[in-house]
Design a protein around this ligand. Structure first.
Ligand code: LLP
Length: 438
């Protein structure tokens, strides 16, 4: 894909050398709100959701897209997706809480935790949220909680580990024998058989094999195995399923030479197996669920950062900026590539820089050996595709308060999260009496 077109798909465009995001001048936004600054693009979130929904609908209407909240849990983002009629996938009680707060009805929330405590389970049961268990050992505890609260049992689902994983980094591959998630093939019948004995009447199944998958064929082996397991389960225990969940993992093109995920092919890989379920009348057409996080929100956010220092150490050049791995940890944690571009183009020369943050660690490099038009101290840069696992993984390491977030829509910008202050960082700390006087 041609570079300008690649940018345009992310709603980025240079006009007379100035970078515009959703038709808004990024330099002006940086001046108005300060840096570092997270900017979220409402239009793009809606666009990605609808692209996916239309593609799914064209194959199988009884589908549900559960947005994986861990990617970006800002309330405005949740409200945008709620208004599109999305469902949500939560990985913690905190995320369930935030979705209830955003107004999602409980039957649109699926809680796929792992290492559940009894308190986690209790919160989910009390709030009528669907639970996706991750270990057989959790089932008895869940049943006790239902009994204790005198609640009618909801549908139950287990996360199945189909052993074939995929993902952009080993930390994001979530299937395989040595991986902590889900239950393996030979425990699946036992899990559902116990659930049936305990009186559960409605069942679902779930997999999530990893994150950051751009090649649809990476899903094939896992999904084929998933369906062998599902069919065997149905036949052995004589049960059917309310829903079959395929998890998330859909990647996005972080690099200009990457093509976007081919949605049609991705859905085809699912449908090749799902057809088996549709064909069986006794199954009654379960809901096809997927749980994308990154695909819906990654491209709909950029970070603006200001260069404070240009350092030429005689060996290489560093562009020192005010965003670091406290702001965006993906490059440090996974070696992830985020494209970085200037907010204002200069004519003529280009140079190679390491884009370095202000954190006191050598690993605080946001981009290595990047070729940029010559930049100067005080210039602004945009770090692209920061909407997924950006702010949600940000920290206050080195006591740097987390930055503000703004939302763009219809030519206007709205502050949707204030930047933290130093006071915020100390709000929860308390000193024992003997240290107060020191
Ligand atoms: N469903 C479940 C059960 C998950 O664990 C995840 C992500 C998703 C859905 C959404 O996956 P997505 O569609 O966003 O790939 N911090 C890493 C990604 C970790 C993903 C964890 N689970 C990163 O920045 O790449």
């Amino acid at each position: 894909m041609e570079y300008q077109e690649w940018l345009k798909k992310k709603d980025l465009e240079y006009k007379e050398g100035i970078l515009y995001y959703d038709n808004m001048d990024t330099q002006q936004l940086a001046k108005d709100y300060g840096t570092p600054l997270y900017i979220i693009n409402e239009k793009l979130i809606r666009k990605r959701y609808n692209q996916l929904k239309v593609a799914l609908n064209s194959e199988y209407k009884n589908n549900e897209i559960h947005y994986a909240v861990k990617a970006n849990s800002n309330l405005a983002v949740l409200k945008i997706l709620k208004s599109e009629n999305a469902s949500v996938d939560c990985s913690s009680v905190g995320e369930v809480y935030s979705c209830l707060k955003a107004g999602f009805p409980p039957d649109k929330i699926i809680y796929t935790g792992n290492m559940f405590t009894n308190e986690d389970l209790k919160f989910a049961v009390k709030n009528n949220v669907l639970i996706n268990l991750d270990s057989i050992s959790q089932l008895k505890r869940l049943v006790n909680i239902y009994d204790e609260l005198g609640k009618k049992k909801n549908a139950i689902s287990f996360r199945i580990n189909p052993e074939f994983g995929a993902g952009h980094h080993s930390h994001t591959i979530t299937a395989g024998k040595d991986i902590k998630f889900g239950i393996l093939d030979d425990q699946v019948v036992e899990a559902y058989s116990q659930a049936k004995k305990y009186g559960f009447e409605k069942f679902g199944t779930h997999i999530h094999i990893g994150s950051g998958i751009l090649d649809p064929s990476d899903y094939e082996k896992a999904i084929n195995k998933y369906f062998t397991i599902i069919m065997n389960l149905a036949d052995t225990l004589d049960i059917t399923f309310e829903f079959i969940d395929f998890g998330g993992g859909l990647g996005i093109p972080y690099k200009p030479e990457q093509e976007p995920l081919n949605l049609r092919q991705y859905i085809q890989v699912i449908m090749n197996q799902f057809e088996k379920v549709i064909k069986r009348e006794d199954f009654g057409g379960p809901t096809l669920k997927i749980e994308p996080g990154r695909f819906l929100v990654a491209e709909s956010s950029i970070i603006l950062t200001q260069i404070n220092t240009i350092k030429d150490n005689g060996y290489k050049k560093f562009a020192g900026v005010d965003a670091g791995f406290n702001t965006l940890i993906r490059p440090t944690m996974y070696g992830s590539y985020h494209h970085i571009i200037p907010c204002k183009l200069t004519n003529g020369t280009t140079e190679q820089y390491d884009i370095a943050g202000p954190i006191c660690e050598s690993g605080d490099i946001l981009g290595k050996a990047r070729l940029l038009p010559t930049v100067h101290e005080q210039d602004y840069l945009a770090i692209l595709d920061a909407g997924a696992y950006g702010f949600t993984m940000a920290s206050v390491y080195n006591l740097r308060p987390r930055p503000p977030e703004i939302l763009l829509i219809n030519g206007k910008s709205y502050l949707i999260r204030e930047g933290e202050t130093f006071e915020d960082l100390f709000r929860l700390q308390k000193l024992p009496k003997h240290l107060k006087k020191v």
